[in-house]
Every structure is written in C-alpha cells, then in structure tokens.
Design a protein around this ligand. Structure first.
Ligand SMILES: [Zn+2]
Length: 315
C-alpha cells in the first residue's frame, strides 16, 4: 500500500513539475514525494485506483446492503450551505443574475450567475444532469446562495429539472440519458437538444473549470461508478488538484467519506466531451446514494469548496 501511495505522490510531483497546476498549496505533496523518488510512474489512468489504506477499507464495506436514497426530514430549499457544515462562511459583495437555455422551449432551463466585482477565474457548475441524483442538484441549489471574492460562478441546478421533478425521479430526459447525449444536436432528440444548448453555453462562457455533480448507485451496466468518487478525463488539465483532493478526503481533512478517482468519463458525457472538445478541466463528483442525504450534500459542498479555494474564489 505504501508503494501505491508513493506511486500516486510521484505522479503528483511529475504533474507539478510539468506546470499548469491551478493555484494551491502543493508543498505537502511535493515534500512527501521527494522521499520516494524511485518511482517513475506517469499520471494514473483507468481505474479504480485506490490511493491509501483507508479507501481500500471503505470499498470493502458492503455497500450493496445499503438501500438507495434513505428518507430525510429537512427542507433543503429553506437551508443554506452553513446548515451542512463549515461551508462558504465568508460573505463578499456580488451581483446575481440569470438567463435561460432553450428559452421558450418545453425544455428550457435557467443558469444562475454570481459575479464578483473583482476579476478572477470563471467556474461553471452543472448539478444533476441525472435528475434522480438528488444530493447533486440539492448541493447545486445551495451553491446559488454563496458569494465569491473574485471571478464568476455559473450554476445550473437541477440541470435535468424534468427528471428531478418526475415521480419517481429519473436520470433520463424524455426517455434518453442526457449524459450520453453530448455535445448534442440542435435537431436531435430532446436530450440531444438540451445537451447542445448546455455544451454551447459552456463553450460561450469559456470557464476555467467545470463541475459535473452526480450521485452513484450500486454498480450496474452502463451506470455510474460505485461509491464516493471523482471522475476526470485528462489529469494533465488539473495539475495536482485531484490527487491533493482525494488524499485530503482519505486523510479525513475534507468530506465525511474517503473519495476514490476514476478515468475517463464515458463517451457522450459532459466530462468526456467538454474535456476533449473544449480542453477545460471537468471534475465529475459522485456521492453514494446509500448514504444519508445530509452527508451526501455535505460532501458535494466540501469538494466544490476545496476547488473554489484552490482557484481563489473563496477563502
Ligand atoms: Zn449521474
């Protein structure tokens, strides 16, 4: 296990040496890697890749015994991020606005914008392209209530608002999986039309970073991965951010559960198509639907806060 950790840390050091890393403290990772320089591993691809012993233990949990979506008894709409933990506690002056994708169409949806008076990076949050992944889009709705000290934040939540309001909730949009429909088609299925509008809005806004918030269920063919995880399609676009984040979760510094990481995103997904088509780092966040809603929302917020800090949008 120590060897595997050294391998990952060495990969992090290589990435840091190659440059292109976002702002953030890498000193801990680099000093840890310096003592294990015999490894010549390149950036990790394909997965699952377990980084530390704690995560290995976590994956041994019999997750299949946990029923998805345990009931909860609080009203997220009436809450703010600080109701879930130490999240986005500072207030900064911002202006807010919104605009519509596919305006006037049966499948229109709203993008919410939070803008600081100070220049800075742009981050675009796509929360819940799968409507039944509730903690993903509840976290997205909570993010509409935060403020940032610089830059711009775009939030669409629930991205699949039809699936989120269906009874029962569904990942599909008019019978198709919207997260296999990117980059979309303006004259295709409704899922493809919506994907086209969203993909081109991201292209137009040219953010520095894209979040794609999801939840995972028990492993099934063609479905999301198991457990709490980060998915990426090109590690080079992240510098050491993903490895730092995963290690922070596994060391208990952030999140209620240790995260693993996987690559690449599937064909037609937000993660894969925005990464490959626009060369923007896309971080897919998966929380596990067998866990309690409060923890799942908390973990989503924790991961987003970790990244926004690294980009300097919040303290
Ligand atoms: Zn999903």
């Amino acid at each position: 296990m120590k060897k595997k950790l050294a391998l990952i840390l060495a990969a992090a050091m290589l990435l840091a040496a190659c440059g292109g890393a976002p702002q953030g403290d890498t000193s801990q990772t680099e000093s840890a890697a310096a003592s294990d320089q015999e490894s010549t591993a390149s950036a990790p691809t394909f997965a699952p890749i377990t980084v530390t012993a704690s995560a290995t233990e976590a994956t041994k949990e019999d997750l299949a015994d946990l029923q998805p979506d345990p009931p909860y008894d609080f009203d997220v709409d009436a809450m703010v991020p600080t109701d879930f933990g130490d999240f986005f506690t500072d207030q900064y002056p911002v202006t807010t606005s919104s605009y519509k994708l596919l305006q006037g169409d049966e499948y229109e949806n709203e993008v919410f914008v939070i803008e600081s008076e100070n220049d800075g990076p742009t981050v675009y949050v796509i929360a819940g392209i799968h409507g039944d992944e509730e903690a993903a889009w509840q976290a997205g709705k909570l993010l509409k209530k935060i403020s940032i000290k610089c830059g711009k934040l775009y939030v669409i939540a629930p991205a699949n608002r039809w699936g989120a309001s269906a009874v029962p909730k569904t990942r599909y949009l008019d019978g198709k999986d919207p997260n296999r429909a990117f980059p979309g088609d303006p004259s295709g299925t409704n899922a493809q039309r919506f994907a086209y509008a969203l993909y081109n809005d991201v292209k137009d806004k040219a953010p520095d970073f894209v979040f794609d918030l999801h939840e995972a269920v028990i492993v099934k063919e063609g479905r999301d991965n198991l457990g709490s995880s980060i998915i990426y399609s090109d590690m080079d676009l992240f510098g050491d951010l993903i490895i730092d984040l995963v290690l922070a979760s596994q060391e208990g510094e952030i999140c209620t559960k240790p995260f693993n990481f996987y690559s690449p995103g599937p064909a037609g997904s937000i993660n894969r198509t925005i990464t490959e088509g626009l060369r923007i780092p896309v971080m897919t966040v998966e929380t596990f639907r067998g866990y309690q809603m409060r923890d799942r929302i908390s973990d989503q917020l924790d991961v987003v806060q970790y990244v926004l800090r690294s980009y300097g949008l919040v303290d």
